[in-house]
Design a protein around this ligand. Structure first.
Ligand code: ME8
Length: 511
């Protein structure tokens, strides 16, 4: 691959169970962002994978009565299969049990041990297995972990520690200097809030007699590496740290996508680990909120999950991708209910966008039969009110979309579909056709076709399969090999040769 313009990562998901809609969301968003940048000709590299060590995984394997290696192999495969089934375009899938990763973890542990940033001491703290980390007193709510609702267990043992506290001030200065390093900004402020508390050093080992499923410390074989200290390093091990001469090309343009549950680990832990290793911080940390069910975070431990494979079998995945982006306001929580999904699908996709396409294509089929082309000349398109609205959508797509404020662009685009549907209703092309005035018919339909062509192209990253099909039936190859600024030009297409095959692109979901 050419030098990347963006290196995108998702979290490495725990393999203690199977992927649900929450994991699917982050991975789908990463895929959409990749496809979006590709429209502008940018090179994007997308990494995902699975987090496979630690106490939580070992316990899950034991509870399932399966050998832990087999357990992680099977469950990691499940994630990969689901991403493949959803057609996601990842470039690499890393597993923390792979040698290419383990060797980087050992290398860095040794390096930090040699520089004196890792030391041995005894420690007592409250450990949440769900989070796989010690919880500070100020995080507890009624003595329980706020994310898992469980009482952390008191653990006292001798371990190795990373001098996290030594790097906290530098980390704080770095994020103060870079207003958009953590997005949306309120999460950056939340992190600055954490940094007001006293930050302790980080316990980065587990004695083998308690947890043996992990990467052995290179300097003491009685211990394995703490799972977060291991997993976070995937972001650099996957791109060949430290030997790959191209490593910096990737790291300098890195963007992590996570939900807010792992904000602390991706800032205080990961930030200080990078600084101690002599590496710059990631370029951006993009943080989204939770998909909730009845106000509770959808999660394996709470058991309130929607399973992506079953969802896809019943409803497909194109509508889901749209729903994800339209419904969640980036950074905030959102409720996932089937009523909301079906409502959004029927209103926005079946009734509005879908109907606009079928009625337009239906008219083209009827009024321009036998391969007759509609010729688009400049005078047919000049100064149309729909054009100004479209320009606004394009502007928002370029600006808001890149800040992950997807719903704003989609809101504007759907208002444009409303106006386009209104334009059809008011200009009554069926009456014009009846009167046999082809020039006037063309003048009415040309802007509608342009709106459909350009918006469908822009929707391709969100609904690649169905949008490519729509573009094909409009007589275009799809979104590949065309530059954004060319294809979104009003009047770029000189003819439309509609080959309408699908009678309906978005069938209503009847309950
Ligand atoms: O935390 N809503 O793995 P994990 C939105 N292994 N996103 C959700 C979600 C929900 N209800 N539930 C899960 C771990 N996610 C660690 C990460 S990274 C080096 C190690 C998504 O399996 C979201 O991206 O618990 C969240 O941050 C991630 O899954 C947590 O996945």
């Amino acid at each position: 691959m050419k030098k990347p313009d963006i290196y995108i990562t998702t979290p490495l998901y725990y393999v203690n169970s199977h992927p649900h809609i929450g994991h699917t969301f982050t991975t789908v968003v990463a895929d959409i962002v990749k496809r979006y940048h590709k429209l502008f000709g940018r090179q994007v590299y997308l990494l995902t994978g699975t987090d496979e060590h630690g106490e939580k995984i070992a316990m899950a394997a034991q509870n399932a009565g399966v050998d832990v290696k087999k357990f992680v192999d099977d469950n990691s495969k499940r994630f990969k299969e689901v991403w493949d089934l959803m057609g996601l375009e990842y470039d690499d899938f890393i597993r923390t049990t792979e040698e290419r990763h383990k060797k980087v973890v050992r290398y860095l542990l040794q390096k930090l041990h040699d520089t004196g940033d890792i030391y041995f001491a005894s420690y007592e703290g409250h450990y949440c297995i769900g989070c796989e980390r010690f919880i500070t007193a100020s995080e507890l709510v009624d003595g329980k972990c706020p994310d898992h609702g469980t009482v952390p267990k008191l653990v006292k043992e001798e371990n190795y520690f990373f001098k996290m506290s030594k790097y906290v001030d530098t980390f704080k200065k770095e994020i103060e200097k870079k207003p958009d390093i953590i997005r949306p900004e309120w999460y950056r402020n939340e992190v600055l809030g954490y940094l007001k508390e006293k930050i302790e050093d980080l316990c980065i080992s587990r004695p083998k007699d308690r947890v043996s499923w992990g990467i052995e410390l290179p300097f003491d074989n009685r211990f394995v590496t703490y799972v977060w200290f291991d997993a976070l390093l995937n972001y650099i091990s996957a791109i060949g740290y430290p030997d790959n001469p191209e490593f910096k090309d990737y790291w300098n343009v890195s963007e992590h996508f996570i939900a807010k549950d792992i904000l602390r680990t991706h800032t205080i832990y990961w930030g200080t680990m990078l600084l101690a290793s002599g590496l710059p911080l990631y370029k951006h940390l993009n943080v989204h909120g939770y998909w909730n069910m009845s106000g509770m975070k959808m999660s394996k431990s709470l058991g309130n999950v929607i399973e992506p494979t079953a969802f896809k079998q019943k409803y497909g995945d194109q509508g889901l991708r749209f729903f994800f982006l339209r419904e969640m306001h980036w950074g905030e929580d959102s409720d996932f209910t089937m009523e909301r999904y079906i409502g959004r699908y029927n209103t926005d996709l079946a009734n509005n966008y879908g109907n606009l396409i079928s009625r337009t294509m239906g008219m083209m089929e009827k009024y321009y039969p036998n391969d007759e082309k509609i010729e688009i000349t400049k005078d047919l398109l000049s100064k149309h009110p729909l054009k100004d609205a479209l320009e606004n959508v394009i502007k928002s797509y370029k600006n808001d979309f890149y800040k992950y404020e997807f719903h704003k662009t989609l809101e504007l685009m759907w208002a444009l579909f409303d106006d386009t549907n209104k334009h059809i209703a008011e200009s009554k092309p069926w009456e014009i056709a009846k009167a046999g005035d082809k020039a006037a018919l063309c003048k009415t339909l040309a802007p509608v076709l342009e709106i459909i062509r350009i918006t469908t192209y822009m929707l391709t990253p969100i609904m690649p399969l169905v949008c490519t099909q729509i573009l094909n039936e409009l007589g275009f190859e799809g979104a590949v090999n065309v530059k954004f600024d060319d294809f979104t030009k009003w009047g770029y297409s000189k003819t439309f040769n509609v080959k309408y095959k699908n009678k309906k692109f978005f069938e209503r979901i009847e309950q």
